[in-house]
Ligand binder design. Structure first.
Ligand code: UTP
Length: 289
């Protein structure tokens, strides 16, 4: 049976609409110290908008209105951002500054936000597992807000939701990186099944250049099926002593349930100073034009 038909068969069993997006946002953001000492990395602004709001808007564009956020100590500003600020709003009501709040008001009106806290920062896989009570037993999207993605016509998550709707298995976003950069990422090996689409058969977290099975690196956008939680629950710590999402995905990949999608668009690693500056310049130029 052709691979795509096999995938479609799995989808018939598991396919469901994506209603929720999980935002793991509990990490320490050490690459951005001292800025992130008392402020969440996710609240760093590109122009006048915090990273996490870009992420929420991307999820909204993909048809998702339920935002599930995994926070941690020192991250309360995220909850305050997605809430009304009565004093501030009454101060600027009727002035020309009021328009600056249009986008965030729109987000607040259209979305439902739920939160939980990760008590110990044991890695991305652990953060996703911490979000299980907010997600329940359904497929869901994941956005790492420090990976800022942009496509003028169709957002990256929307592209991925469309793939999920066709195949009904996990979808991870990948991009080609320089060979020397692979050790910063999860890296996949896969068989091409369609344009820009690979069925993953192996993946490894932060490999050395020699170990890396390709230069296709996983970036911070995922569509996951709920089986991932069962795997994460029993998964031992992996690279750097952390519970790695990549290791859990490898288990699903062995069952043919992970696709890697080479997305169309731009991605900025805003967890690093260089990526953050690049994103700032890009969005500033775009605003001016
Ligand atoms: P990163 O490794 O990029 O984020 O994790 P970090 O640990 O905050 O940053 P550095 O490396 O120290 O600078 C990827 C994503 O996973 C979340 C982070 O918030 C980020 O969005 N994360 C990571 C958690 O929520 N919990 C964790 O235990 C680890």
């Amino acid at each position: 049976m052709a691979i795509t038909e096999k995938l479609k068969k799995i989808f018939m069993k598991e396919g469901k609409k994506i209603n929720k997006c999980l935002f793991p946002a509990a990490g320490y953001g050490t690459r951005f110290l001292p800025a992130t000492k008392a402020m969440p990395k996710e609240m760093l602004p590109i122009l006048n908008k915090p990273l996490i709001q870009y992420g929420v808007e991307e999820a909204l564009e993909a048809g998702i209105t339920n935002m599930a956020i995994v926070t941690g100590r020192g991250k309360r500003a995220i909850e305050d951002h997605f809430d009304i600020s009565y004093e501030l709003e009454s101060q600027i009501k009727g002035t020309d500054k009021e328009s600056l709040l249009t986008d965030i008001r729109n987000v607040i009106n259209r979305c439902v936000f739920t939160y939980t806290r990760q008590i110990e920062m044991k890695g991305l896989g652990h953060a996703v597992l911490t979000g299980k009570p907010l997600i329940g037993n359904e497929p869901f999207a994941v956005i790492l807000a420090d990976d800022l993605c942009h496509n003028e016509e169709k957002g990256i998550l929307k592209q991925m939701v469309e793939i999920y709707e066709k195949y009904g298995v996990c979808v991870v976003a990948v991009q080609e990186v320089e060979r020397e950069e692979v050790s910063k990422y999860g890296v996949i090996k896969g068989e091409k099944v369609d344009d820009n689409l690979y069925r993953v058969d192996f993946m490894v977290e932060k490999p050395s250049v020699e170990e890396a099975p390709s230069n296709l690196a996983v970036i911070g956008r995922y569509i996951l099926i709920p089986e991932i939680f069962d795997i994460l629950e029993t998964l031992p710590p992996g690279k750097n002593g952390e519970i790695q999402l990549t290791d859990a995905l490898l288990e699903l990949a062995k069952q043919g349930k992970v696709l890697a999608y080479r997305f169309e668009g731009k991605r900025f690693d805003c967890g690093s100073v260089a990526g953050f500056v690049e994103a700032t310049n890009f969005f500033f130029e775009r605003m001016k034009s």
